[in-house]
Design a binder for this molecule. Structure first.
Ligand SMILES: [Zn+2]
Length: 249
């Protein structure tokens, strides 16, 4: 049976109940991302605990603050000493006004982490909000592989990220029938450059009982948009995810 691959979730933030259910759902593989020094160790622990869970650690733009240089050097140490970490993430840029005080530090932190990922030959899991051009500029100077998670930038921008070696993460937004621009983007990019994600427990349209039940629904909607079978979507996105995240395993 094909295996779904959730390429972006925050398993450390799930309730204990839901964590217990992960073992019985061995039809899904997960990339659990860490966002700040307080969840990096727990992210590694959860991937030790469950064979279907892989880990990524990174300093998320929301957590770039006064202490960020120390956090980055701690991150570099963790990454250098844990070969089982599959990716650097969640990292990126968030130019929401709320984070204005640290725009410059965000750029420094993102560039630093892209370089780190490049040196360590690891892919990246990227959060980008209102900073697409800045992110593209960095990708043009620092060769990167990875995933644009929660990407909402539209088809033309998506194509530019794909050109730089990034895949597009498709989340529960696809289930909104009025998300026409999002649907156009998925259609224009096509299966070869898409992966699936929940962003659980924070993503859109997650069922409350078991949030990962959204994955087959996302796959079904991708299949409808691309006029192919659900199996094909699960196979190709799973293959893409494995090629990006598990190429050394
Ligand atoms: Zn996330």
């Amino acid at each position: 049976m094909s295996r779904l691959f959730d390429t972006h979730c925050h398993l450390v933030d799930l309730s204990e109940d839901l964590k217990d259910q992960l073992t019985s759902h061995n039809t899904i593989q997960f990339l659990s991302v860490g966002t700040n020094p307080n969840d990096w160790q727990n992210t590694l622990k959860i991937s030790d605990l469950y064979s279907s869970v892989h880990s990524a650690v990174g300093l998320h733009p929301w957590f770039v603050a006064d202490n960020y240089l120390n956090d980055l050097s701690l991150l570099a140490t963790i990454l250098a000493n844990a070969s089982e970490i599959k990716a650097v993430g969640e990292i990126g840029l968030d130019f929401n006004k709320k984070y204005q005080a640290y725009y410059n530090e965000q750029l420094i932190a993102f560039e630093y982490q892209l370089k780190l990922a490049n040196q360590l030959e690891r892919p990246v899991s990227v959060h980008c909000y209102k900073a697409y051009n800045q992110a593209l500029q960095l990708f043009k100077t620092i060769p990167s592989q990875g995933i644009m998670h929660g990407f909402m930038g539209g088809l033309e921008l998506a194509k530019q990220f794909v050109k730089q070696g990034l895949y597009i993460g498709v989340n529960g937004i696809i289930l909104n029938s009025n998300a026409r621009r999002y649907h156009q983007m998925i259609k224009g990019i096509g299966l070869a450059n898409l992966v699936l994600e929940t962003d659980a427990p924070y993503g859109a349209n997650l069922p409350s009982l078991f949030p990962f039940d959204v994955l087959p629904k996302i796959a079904t909607q991708v299949a409808t948009l691309l006029a192919c079978s659900v199996e094909e979507v699960i196979d190709q996105t799973g293959y893409n995810a494995s090629m990006i995240l598990l190429k050394d395993s």
